[in-house]
Design a protein around this ligand. Structure first.
Ligand code: ADP
Length: 563
């Protein structure tokens, strides 16, 4: 068919890319591309021996073989060799596509293809292979350009077969993407799909352009699909740990840079450039090594941090469970304590009133002490119950219209006797005009004001001044100020006053009982009424002011919640 002595009309002392016939683009399109592809293919295979990584390697190997044959065809001026390698290329070409399809399927599904599907795809491939040694494939040679004359098998059948495989990949990818539920897998599928489709379509397009325009220079661009595919694969590994490989972005970047710079050494023909590229390669190797080392460290730290965050959240959960159990315990214990305490209170009152006979003054004195100790216990239990209600979100508020003047007057009446016995003046400064009624839980607000007045009396030395309760309207708010001439609050304690179990350092000299819960509960109660509470003091022994502000126009949100 072809005269083996026939030589194409150019001097070709070397094979491969060093031949004078080889276009410069080939330097870039062929060698670096297959070095990178082979590197990644073998790297993945060395780390993961699954079917999909084998198939990827086969696809890359067939592509690389194709590219090497192409280089020889470009370089050689022996027409018989060109003819032989050309038909070998036509044989290998569909293998790249078939193994690509097989790879995509196993990568996405994690299983082998069923036998019937294998036969379905293999049959056209076998028919095609049988037609390769016939005259329908290559029927001659153009010695001027050293190109083969392609018949219908090479021109139409091979491309039809390739497009059939690419189409199958696309259909499979789109179907898998639609039916996949996991967001992460969907992302993986789409990246893989785009990567392989770009690679195979570019490859096919290059060859189709070559076959139909006979401008094989143009077809060289088709090989650039492969590095794009490699990029997508590297991204899949770095981002999603595809093939179960843990690879850092920095590692992938350094290796690809290293290979790209290194591959230039294959075709540089001038010594100065060779030395310069060698130095660049060495420098980028050293810089890359440091980059990888530090990013590995960073990655380790990230992992440790994640581990610790996991442990912390576990510990947090346990703490929350414990805290809930504690709240529950306090709630139950307080409930159980309340009943006997109320009974004790009742009986002491009856004893004091003489229901069980007249008491001598000594007995009366002792019983009064028991009564006030019992009162303290009742208050303590009530505080504990309030805290546990608050913490478990069981504290309920019932909004209604309340007259603040009435509330303040009631509080003053309750404490009048106590203030008198402590030799303190208790004064109520009424508002100048009638104030609007407020939409609040008046019982809770009264409780808070009572607690403030109780504190004011408690923290003022006997016979040292008094307590004032002032009610007024200030803009959009109603303000209640409870001021005293007592021991005052040091500036350093002011920020912590409303915290749980917060008790002042200075109060020991007054020998008062207390839990440090009153203000904590009070703050929450006032806030649930849409208001705010805070304390002011000019310093030690200069008295204190506790201020509550409640809005005249209650917020919609709270009305919805408690209204
Ligand atoms: P308790 O009075 O049971 O200790 P509270 O929550 O009511 O708890 O008050 C917390 C702390 O705030 C008190 O221990 C005290 O140090 C300080 N305090 C509250 N009211 C006054 C006041 N009128 N004058 C000075 N200190 C006060």
């Amino acid at each position: 068919m072809v005269n083996s002595a026939l030589l194409c009309p150019w001097e070709s002392p070397h094979y491969l890319i060093l031949s004078s016939n080889v276009p410069t683009l080939l330097h870039y399109s062929h060698i670096p591309v297959i070095i990178v592809a082979l590197f990644l293919g073998f790297f993945i295979y060395s780390k993961n021996k699954s079917l999909s990584s084998k198939l990827l390697l086969i696809s890359i190997l067939s592509f690389s073989l194709y590219v090497i044959l192409d280089s020889i065809i470009w370089a050689s001026n022996k027409s018989d060799l060109v003819m032989f390698l050309w038909s070998l290329q036509i044989l290998i070409e569909p293998m790249v596509f078939a193994s690509g399809l097989y790879f995509v399927y196993t990568f996405v599904t994690n299983k082998d293809v069923e036998l019937n599907k294998k036969i379905f795809f293999l049959l056209p491939l076998v028919l095609f292979v049988l037609l390769i040694p016939t005259d329908y494939n290559l029927f001659g040679m153009r010695t001027i350009s050293c190109d083969a004359n392609e018949g219908p098998v090479a021109l139409y059948l091979s491309y039809a077969l390739e497009l059939f495989f690419v189409l199958s990949i696309l259909v499979f990818i789109i179907r898998s993407y639609i039916f996949e539920k996991s967001e992460e897998l969907r992302k993986k599928i789409i990246f893989l799909g785009i990567g392989i489709a770009l690679f195979l379509l570019a490859f096919s397009w290059g060859n189709i352009m070559g076959s139909f325009t006979e401008n094989w220079n143009l077809s060289q661009f088709g090989y650039f699909g492969m590095p794009v595919f490699i990029g997508f694969l590297a991204y899949l590994i770095v981002k999603f740990e595809a093939f179960n490989i843990k690879l850092l972005g920095a590692q992938a970047l350094v290796v690809s840079l290293f290979v790209l710079i290194g591959s230039q050494l294959f075709f540089i023909q001038n010594n100065t450039n060779r030395i310069l590229t060698g130095i660049t390669l060495a420098l980028s190797g050293v810089a890359g090594w440091f980059l990888i080392k530090s990013s590995k460290k960073l990655d380790e730290r990230k992992e440790q941090l994640q581990l610790m965050a996991g442990k912390l959240s576990q510990a947090n959960d346990q703490l929350r469970t414990l805290d809930n159990a504690k709240t529950e315990f306090i709630s139950i214990a307080s409930h159980q304590l309340r009943t006997p305490l109320t009974a004790i209170k009742g009986f002491i009152s009856m004893l004091l009133e003489g229901s069980y006979g007249k008491l001598i003054p000594q007995q009366e004195d002792v019983l009064n002490k028991v009564y006030s100790s019992n009162e303290r216990l009742v208050n303590l239990v009530e505080d504990l119950l309030n805290v546990s209600r608050m913490e478990s979100g069981r504290m309920e508020f019932k909004f209604a219209l309340w007259d603040m003047d009435k509330i303040c007057q009631e509080v003053i009446d309750t404490f009048a006797l106590r203030a008198k016995s402590c030799k303190l003046d208790l004064t109520y400064i009424k508002p100048e005009t009638v104030l609007p009624e407020l939409l609040i839980d008046g019982i809770k607000v009264r409780e808070v004001i009572s607690n403030l007045v109780d504190n004011a009396i408690k923290y003022t030395l006997e016979g040292h001044g008094g307590v004032k309760v002032k009610l007024e309207q200030l803009g959009e708010n109603i303000r209640v100020t409870v001021s005293d001439t007592g021991i005052g609050i040091p500036e350093t304690e002011l920020p912590y006053l409303f915290a749980k179990f917060s008790r002042g350092k200075d109060i020991s000299r007054l020998n008062t009982g207390g839990t440090g819960l009153g203000l904590f509960v009070g703050k929450s109660m006032i806030e649930n009424n849409g208001g705010r509470i805070w304390a002011e003091s000019d310093g030690q022994d200069l008295g204190s002011r506790f201020i509550i502000e409640l809005p005249i126009q209650q917020s919609e949100e709270l009305i919805k919640k408690w209204g």
